[in-house]
Design a protein around this ligand. Structure first.
Ligand SMILES: [Zn+2]
Length: 335
């Protein structure tokens, strides 16, 4: 559109300016006749958001961020290693306060040969503000039956809950893959039995969502940092959970790393990556993984995607003192 405008002869531009100058007169006439006032007063508020998908390319791989919804994250209770005055200040600097409305994002990768979904959202496990990933996948032009592979960053229910609905597989043709250590932990009957009463849900939810795929011969854990399909490889980042894995997407010299729960609260953990969260299985290891992966992302200047960053959860890291700035992705209309 910019190029077209530059080619317009001066006369047309002048004409456009005259029309624009005339518009207040038209508006005045509309108010005098009562038309504009009625139209404004009768339009109800819509109170809905745009469809929760965002598309971009990484080389030849099409990436579609899919929003599963949002939830209220009580960061004042959950974050560790930061005291209330500093926490409130960090939140206020981003015009936020606790609880923070946090996104839950999955990412669909079309490699040209395979359709791969990274994480599935919460499904029906977290109430009506979540569980919208499949609706947004459909809005983005795909059907659950088309998904070939699902890569799980970890087995917390806001990442695996969308695998099932009413106990049945939502993605009937997909193979589910996760780091071997993740399944060995969360799918272990012995660990479920040993867990305290208030710690059993994590195991039960992982079993409820993964076992239908296991029973169908469609759960295939992997060991090590291997390539899963051309252009997508696993990178072990144990800490948040015992088998937490990030996924590296690369094509034609471009790169995107999908972080899962490497971090949770942008306004706090980018400026101070040492802050941990109560969900961590091993907070010390989670902190070390975050330091390593943040530094790599800023140093090599590739795109990252976070499961709980504000939708679409995509952007770059820039070093800023002891911490980082997050620069959200520049909007592209793609076509
Ligand atoms: Zn999560």
């Amino acid at each position: 559109m910019g190029a077209a405008l530059r080619l317009l002869p001066l006369g047309q531009l002048t004409g456009q300016r005259i029309l624009w100058n005339a518009s207040p007169l038209i508006a005045t006439l509309a108010v005098l006749t009562g038309f504009a006032g009625q139209a404004g007063a009768s339009a109800p508020l819509q109170k809905t958001q745009s469809p929760g998908y965002y598309r971009m390319m990484v080389g030849d791989i099409e990436v579609t961020a899919l929003n599963d919804g949002t939830f209220q994250m009580d960061v004042a209770k959950l974050l560790q290693g930061i005291k209330p005055p500093a926490l409130d200040k960090a939140l206020a600097r981003s015009f936020l306060k606790s609880p923070v409305e946090a996104s839950v994002n999955g990412f669909l990768l079309n490699t040209g040969a395979k359709l791969v979904l990274v994480d599935t959202g919460a499904g029906s496990f977290y109430g009506p503000t979540l569980g919208k990933l499949v609706a947004n996948l459909k809005a983005a032009g795909y059907q659950p039956e088309q998904v070939d592979e699902i890569y799980i960053t970890h087995m917390h229910v806001d990442h695996v809950g969308g695998l099932v609905a009413d106990g049945k597989r939502v993605f009937p043709n997909a193979v589910v893959r996760a780091g071997q250590a993740e399944g060995e932990y969360w799918l272990s009957q012995a660990k479920l039995d040993a867990a305290p009463a208030d710690g059993k849900d994590g195991f039960l939810h992982a079993m409820a969502t993964i076992n239908p795929y296991l029973a169908a011969g469609k759960y295939k854990p992997f060991i090590g940092d291997i390539e899963l399909v051309p252009g997508v490889r696993a990178l072990g980042t144990a800490g948040h959970t015992p088998g937490h894995t990030v996924y590296v997407v690369e094509s034609k010299g471009e790169k995107l790393v999908l972080w899962g729960d490497l971090m949770h609260v942008a306004s706090v953990q980018f400026p101070d990556p040492t802050v941990t969260i109560g969900f961590d299985s091993d907070a010390k290891a989670a902190r070390a993984q975050r330091a390593r992966i943040f530094a790599d992302a800023a140093d090599k200047a590739y795109m990252v995607g976070g499961a709980h960053l504000p939708f679409p959860g995509l952007g770059h890291l820039r070093k800023d003192g002891a911490g980082y700035d997050f620069l959200p992705v520049n909007y592209t209309r793609l076509n």
